[in-house]
Ligand binder design. Structure first.
Ligand code: GAR
Length: 204
């Protein structure tokens, strides 16, 4: 079975939605480890409550991005999350990962972003959508490539932006959709139902 590593920085609600689906035997994947760059991430406790091993790797202990990512990679490998038999999910992991990490785990790292990519990449995507005057936003699960929020799209969900929405209210409704589509995307990957063809994914 594939081994899953989840990288988080905060609340870990997406992580939890994936782990719960695995527990309910909806996804054939072994939840090997959750790694946080933030020792205070609430997601660490959530993962432990679900019986999943956790590790904290703080960026301040490393001289640069590459050294930090090398430590993440060696930790993932220690838990069997290898480039051959692993899947890495970024779930609110608020760091850009190095090209070396992306290359090593080619097409095996996926991310969730709270907007309909390619619109509103980067931070505060929900606020960006409101400020732009968009009528709809949503969320996107995509493969990670060497750009920021640019890799092939796996699944998306649409959320209507309501009059008077704030970053907080919109984020809450988008998050609900994130919890629905992220486990679905992990399941598609684990069941080998996603093929990548250039910029596109083909889902069988
Ligand atoms: C989610 O909304 C996720 O899409 C976003 O951070 C939140 C994490 O929540 N990620 C990004 O903005 C990455 N660019 P969670 O920790 O409760 O899953």
């Amino acid at each position: 079975m594939l081994n899953l590593g989840i990288l988080i920085s905060g609340g870990g609600s997406n992580m939890e939605s994936i782990l719960k689906s695995i527990k309910q035997k909806k996804i054939p994947i072994n939840p090997a480890v959750v790694i946080s760059n933030n020792p205070d991430a609430k997601g660490l406790i959530r993962a432990q409550k679900l019986g999943v091993k956790t590790e904290v790797i703080e960026n301040k202990d490393f001289k640069d991005r590459l050294e930090y990512d090398k430590k993440i990679i060696s930790t993932l490998e220690n838990y069997g999350v290898t480039p051959k038999n692993g899947l890495v999910c970024l779930a609110g992991f608020m760091r850009i990962i190095s090209p070396e990490f992306v290359k090593k785990y080619k097409n095996r790292i996926i991310n969730i972003h709270p907007a309909l990519l390619p619109s509103f990449q980067g931070l505060h995507a929900q606020k960006q959508a409101i400020d732009y005057g968009s009528k709809y936003s949503g969320c996107t699960v995509h493969f990670v490539d060497s750009g920021v929020d640019t890799g092939p799209i796996i699944l998306q969900a649409i959320v209507k932006i309501k009059k008077g929405d704030t970053e907080k209210t919109l984020s809450k409704r988008i998050l609900k959709e994130e919890h629905r589509i992220y486990p679905k995307a992990v399941k598609l990957f684990a069941e080998k139902k996603i093929k990548i063809s250039g910029r596109k994914t083909i889902i069988s």
